[in-house]
Design a protein around this ligand. Structure first.
Ligand code: ADP
Ligand code: MG
Length: 240
């Protein structure tokens, strides 16, 4: 599980996480919503150790992410992260792009890495695109390739940061379907998203972030149906 204990994080004088406490259990799907600049992306980059924190603790399966003794490269193999956009290597095929990390990071041989990459590409519906170059994929297909790339490392946790925000509206659905499939398979996921219908339908819990604070967290029915915090109400009214 992921345990976030009183985490504070600043960029210079700006405190962007102001004491976050949150536990995500194995198999749970947590959606994080909130206005721009509320600290959602920063939280994800702190969880996988891309960003340092100033105080508090983040534990992943009991390992303290920011402890000096922690092997971050090893820990990161457990935590896949997918961003709004991922720039695939344009001169490599889809299959080659997805085999890169298993080969370079895990030291897998080409054949073994290709078996895994092909399996994950099929899983996200790109089984017919193995030898295609990334520039020939639609935005939705590129995001699914990015998801396959993360899955090829066999992560225990997946973090998604607004993976549909850069897509044309007609391509959003296919990527959300992929996330939903992973959720149904039992993947532990934290999804930062503006897709409220997705949050409502797929999450076990939804957290609302406001100016570096987790103002509210609850089951989707509760958070969307009966928000307790005035800022949550204001935000939900603005996105509806
Ligand atoms: P969100 O994802 O909720 O939109 P972010 O976590 O990206 O918010 O950002 C939270 C705040 O931290 C914002 O005010 C943003 O400008 C600031 N911030 C984010 N990353 C950096 C950085 N690398 N350096 C300085 N400020 C940053
Ligand atoms: Mg963000």
């Amino acid at each position: 599980m992921i345990e976030i204990q009183n985490v504070r994080k600043s960029f210079g004088p700006l405190e962007v996480l102001k004491g976050i406490d949150l536990t995500v259990q194995r198999g749970e799907v947590l959606t994080v919503i909130g206005g721009s600049g509320s600290g959602k992306s920063t939280l994800l980059t702190c969880i996988n150790g891309l960003e340092p924190i100033h105080s508090g603790k983040i534990l992943v399966d009991g390992t303290e992410v920011h402890a000096k003794s922690t092997n971050l490269n090893k820990l990161r193999q457990k935590i896949g992260i997918v961003f709004q956009q991922w720039n695939a290597f344009p001169h490599l095929t889809v299959l080659e792009n997805v085999t890169l990390s298993p080969r370079k990071v895990l030291g897998m041989g080409k054949a073994e890495a290709e078996v895994i990459a092909e399996k994950q590409l099929k899983h996200v519906g790109l089984g017919d695109k193995l030898s295609t170059y990334p520039s020939r994929l639609s935005g939705g297909q590129q995001q699914r390739m990015a998801i396959a790339r993360a899955l090829a490392m066999s992560p225990d946790y997946m973090l998604f940061d607004e993976v549909t925000s850069a897509l044309d509206p007609q391509l959003v659905g296919e990527v959300l379907e992929t996330l939903k499939m992973l959720a149904e398979e039992g993947m532990t996921m934290i999804c930062v998203t503006h897709e409220m219908t997705f949050a409502r339908d797929v999450s076990d819990r939804v957290a609302y972030f406001h100016q570096g604070i987790m103002a509210e967290i609850g089951a989707p029915d509760q958070l969307f149906g009966d928000p307790q915090h005035p800022e949550t109400r204001r935000f939900l009214a603005s996105v509806r």
